[in-house]
Design a protein around this ligand. Structure first.
Ligand SMILES: Cc1ncc(COP(=O)(O)O)c(C=O)c1O
Length: 454
């Protein structure tokens, strides 16, 4: 049976297994299934496809929604509402008009929100680099002087968070996801007992890749839990805060306020950007936190740059206008994206439901559908798909060190293909999954009979 609740985060076997996925106990294949899968696969390879389901990028049609930006602010339009000349140096906090628009959705008071350059990932990188080289409020020494540094990584998660940890020598500790966010029993225990645990990565709304939305209770516990490290941080990467796909938009719980109310005002570092709102390469990134953390980042980034690109910020403020303008713009994205997600889900239903082989998420927002192959089959499925001309994110990338212990998670990024191509790609993917699963089963059966691997 496929997993078919709204967003179905499937627990991973890290620090305690909280459930098994149906795909881990596939029923024996029906008679002739392997032969059929082999025939289907040969036909698929014969089609000579060249389709890409890898990175979650906006499509050209989505980018075109923001094309008016290319003409803004326009010649002579270089003063913001306060008379600041955006062409010149300065204004480290970013333009107030733009910060006000995003304060509401990121749930950070505008005066504690910085509008910066074009990439929130770069801000995360900066925070880690500054903590390593200079320390962070609440700490007794620089992170570089600590014997061990550990970050908790809810899995499946975002590969670029993991890459930052690897880059900076931070040990990653996987934590299983639940439908409400990371397993907080595990998180609370690890954070309380080990002073080397300095952080946790969180994508609280429509998480990458499994679409999980953190519950109010998860957020309350993240804010309130005791931490052995005085400078423990929650890296709150709200990349998909406004990327709804339904009529019931999920509102991110207010971590910053919860931390302040629990006596841990400096715990939350909030990130966001317009990368998937306007232009992915030419948007604006945001950082929000306590006044102490904001001053800390401004002081260090002030050495790195004399100020952000305020021209870009001004054109964003003029284009989006206000929170209502942002909402209306995101509805236009939704109109383009919803049919694509619906296509992926329909094809998965048609191809795999009732096979007992796979489960998949039904995200209410964000950029991905997560497919759970039978244990031990994700890499082989992705390899077969590549051979057939369907590019997928490498299996394992959704886990620290590229190691999915079940070899089960496959991330599907539906945004960039047209719906007809998407249909072909996902149908082909299902063929590859069936083949990988039935071949593995046949191999096991042969081993069971003492015949060695098939
Ligand atoms: C969870 C998450 N955070 C951050 C980013 C990158 O954000 P930015 O373009 O602002 O660096 C992405 C892009 O895919 C993402 O999925």
């Amino acid at each position: 049976m496929p997993v078919s609740s709204r967003t179905t985060a499937v627990p991973a076997p890290a620090d305690g297994d909280h459930g098994t996925h149906p795909a881990d106990r596939p029923a024996p294949p029906p008679a002739g299934a392997l032969e059929t899968a082999r025939r289907d696969y040969a036909r698929l390879v014969g089609q000579g496809l060249s389709l890409d389901l890898t990175r979650g990028k906006p499509s050209a049609a989505q980018l075109a929604l923001s094309d008016p930006l290319l003409a803004l602010p326009g010649e002579g339009g270089h003063l913001d509402e306060d008379g600041t000349d955006v062409r010149n140096y300065g204004g480290q906090r970013g333009l107030p008009a733009l910060r006000r628009i995003f304060a509401e959705v990121l749930r950070v008071p505008a005066e504690q929100l910085i509008a910066a350059g074009n990439s929130s990932l770069a801000l995360m990188h900066d925070c880690l680099a500054h903590a390593l080289l200079s320390g962070i409020p609440g700490g007794t020494r620089r992170w570089a002087d600590e014997e061990r540094l550990v970050f908790l990584c809810p899995v499946p998660g975002y590969d670029r968070h993991f890459a930052l940890c690897e880059r900076f020598g931070i040990t990653m500790r996987p934590v299983p996801m639940t439908p409400e966010g990371p397993d907080m029993d595990v998180v609370e225990r690890l954070v309380a007992e080990d002073p080397a645990v300095k952080g946790i990565w969180c994508v609280p709304t429509y998480s990458n890749p499994d679409g999980t939305c953190y519950s109010e209770e998860t957020v309350r516990r993240l804010a309130a839990m005791p931490a052995a490290a005085g400078d423990f941080r929650v890296l709150w990467d709200n990349a998909y805060a406004v990327h709804h796909l339904t009529d019931e938009p999920v509102r991110t719980p207010d971590l910053l306020a919860a931390c302040a109310a629990s006596g841990h005002p400096d715990r939350a570092l909030v990130f966001g950007s317009t990368s998937k709102v306007t232009f992915a390469g030419a948007g604006v990134a945001f950082f929000g936190s306590s006044p102490a953390n904001v001053d800390w980042l401004l002081a260090h980034n002030g050495e790195r740059s004399i100020g952000p690109d305020k021209v870009n910020q001004l054109r964003h403020a003029r284009f989006l206008r206000d929170a209502e303008g942002l909402r209306a713009h995101m509805e236009r994205h939704r109109a383009l994206l919803e049919p694509k997600f619906a296509t992926v889900l329909r094809v998965l239903d048609e191809e795999l439901s009732g096979t007992g082989l796979a489960g998949w998420t039904r995200p209410r927002g964000g950029y991905f559908v997560t497919l759970h192959a039978p244990e031990g089959c994700a890499r082989e499925t992705v390899r077969r798909a590549a051979e057939a001309g369907i590019a997928l994110t490498p299996a394992g990338l959704t886990h620290p060190y590229g190691e999915d212990p079940r070899d089960s998670v496959i991330r599907i990024a539906p945004t960039c293909l047209e719906t007809d191509e998407l249909e072909q790609a996902v149908r082909g993917l299902a063929v590859c999954l069936r083949l990988a699963a039935y071949e593995r089963h046949a191999g096991h059966a042969a081993q069971g009979r003492g015949e060695g691997p098939a």
